[in-house]
Write a protein that binds this ligand. Structure first.
Ligand code: 5AD
Ligand code: SF4
Length: 483
């Protein structure tokens, strides 16, 4: 009898481990999760689309308001059921809650194996090795230098059209209500060349839009140790430049990637310069949209919030935006019921909303956060029902302002970048105009399907406070080149 030959050296397939990363909170967390996926890819992990399939579940968390933390704490509890079904499963908490709660998180939530703060992701492979031996692992060290600059992110949940690129980390502003300086540490800017390189790679990978991310992009500052090397489209002026501010960076990306639409977030009213506005106005591929959080319309409240500007300064910045770009859309963040906010202060916020006419706003009830200046210095003295009523009034006022702005677009021709099929109807697609409004369009134009990534000239036919509806005027295969 002849036996099948058994190889002397059996071939051992490398074990492919599977990671599922769930991101909460801001766009920065989505971007960080892509850095984490890249670090883990080198350690043999492939990203999967559900927690049920994974060997490792990572929750990239947000601490900005108590409610955000509560949502994550509920989700951590659900991990107990998953672990009961999958004994080998490991669970990690990343991001702001990891930084804020540290070892306490392991104590309070036994299901958690791993706690890693936003500046410690490079140590994930070592920490996971420790977790593999049955121990718990923590690293919440903050850094003054870490920017993950050279790490090429693994794009997760991508539509293949729009992507985020982080340009700076941390925040030095110390707004009285905000926990971010405590969870994300000191501000530092990423090497300008690595940002331009990442954007150019996005173009090669077929992406059509990038959002440059930072807590306060207007204070981006990078001092190149040597003159920048010659890259695509960079002018002599940029190449010899050693200090790059945000306006310079925007221009560098606009020039290096003329077919890429460029957005950014978040601006700070105290730091937003006319130089940035002039660059935005100069390049067609920089979107005419600014997210400029005001937080309150009352100068007294702004002072207590430690925002570094007053109502008059903010309105002057608004006027400057309109002078540079009459077609620019503006959105904002507003907090209702901050410590000591009076009815008069609240009315000032409502009046500001009516005056500015934001296209869109994110609106919140004040939520006291441990360690912040406000938590230490001011009583959280606006009663919960008053906060609720004021927030409702802010939302109502903003809805009317949005409706006005959106109605103003009816009849205009807008360039829309198609992102995908509408969730409401398979007959329609959705995309965004330069002003960042959602535009719904018919999916087919003369029998041609509008696939994600297509630029369309659309006529705006109707508007709701949240979106626009349009018809196709013409298909432009690529973004108009900058002037
Ligand atoms: N309570 C309510 N809203 C807050 N934000 C930040 N901290 C708090 C807080 N403690 C809001 C601000 C900020 C946005 C990201 O979240 O409006 O701009
Ligand atoms: Fe928080 Fe203010 Fe920094 Fe924004 S600018 S992250 S609100 S401290």
């Amino acid at each position: 009898m002849v036996l099948d030959r058994v190889p002397l050296h059996p071939i051992v397939e490398p074990v492919q481990k599977k990671v599922y990363i769930e991101s909460y909170g801001c766009q920065m967390n989505v971007s960080d999760s892509e850095v984490v996926a890249s670090i883990l890819a080198k350690d043999g992990y492939t990203p999967v689309k559900s927690a049920e399939e994974a060997d490792l579940v990572l929750l990239n968390t947000c601490s900005i308001r108590e409610k955000a933390e509560y949502t994550v704490l509920q989700r951590i509890n659900e991990m107990n059921n998953l672990k009961a079904r999958n004994k080998g499963l490991k669970v990690g908490v990343l991001g702001c809650m990891a930084e804020r709660m540290r070892e306490d998180l392991l104590e309070k939530k036994k299901v958690v194996d791993l706690v890693v703060g936003p500046d410690a992701y490079r140590t994930l492979p070592d920490l996971l090795e420790k977790v593999g031996t049955g121990q718990k692992a923590v690293n919440v060290l903050l850094s003054r230098e870490e920017t993950y600059g050279e790490i090429e992110p693994v794009r997760l949940d991508t539509n293949g059209v729009t992507a985020f690129v982080t340009i700076m980390r941390g925040c030095d502003n110390m707004c009285a209500f905000c926990v971010v300086p405590f969870t994300r540490g000191r501000e530092r800017s990423r090497d300008a060349e690595s940002i331009v390189r990442e954007c150019a790679q996005l173009v090669r990978d077929g992406y059509k839009e990038v959002t440059l991310l930072g807590q306060n992009v207007d204070s981006y500052k990078f001092a190149s140790p040597q003159p920048l090397s010659k890259g695509e489209g960079l002018s002599e002026q940029h190449i010899s430049q050693e200090k790059v501010d945000f306006a310079d960076l925007l221009e560098m990306v606009a020039l290096a990637c003329p077919t890429l639409r460029i957005r950014y977030s978040t601006s700070h009213p105290k730091d937003m310069t006319d130089k940035v506005l002039a660059v935005m106005a100069r390049y067609d591929n920089i979107c005419k949209y600014i997210h400029l959080p005001v937080q309150s319309g009352s100068s007294d409240v702004l002072k207590r919030m430690n925002r570094g500007y007053d109502r008059a300064w903010y309105l002057e910045r608004m006027a400057s935006i309109r002078r540079h770009m009459p077609d620019c859309a503006i959105s904002t963040d507003i907090i209702a019921g901050f410590c000591g906010e009076t009815e008069e202060d609240h009315e000032a916020t409502l009046a500001l909303i009516r005056e500015v006419q934001y296209d869109m706003a994110f609106m919140f009830k004040y939520s006291e956060r441990p360690k912040t200046l406000a938590a230490r210095k001011y009583p959280d003295d606006v009663p919960e029902d008053v906060k609720g009523r004021r927030l409702a009034e802010v939302i109502e006022t903003q809805k009317a302002a949005s409706a006005q702005r959106m109605l103003g677009y009816v009849g205009q021709l807008h360039e829309v970048l198609v992102e995908g099929v509408s969730k409401r109807s398979a007959e329609n697609v959705f995309g965004r105009n330069s002003q960042n409004s959602i535009v719904i369009l018919p999916r087919y134009a003369d029998g041609v399907e509008l696939t994600p990534g297509t630029f369309v000239k659309a006529r705006i036919d109707s508007a709701t406070p949240g979106s626009l509806k349009g018809s196709i005027h013409s298909i432009v295969s690529t973004l108009a080149l900058p002037a």
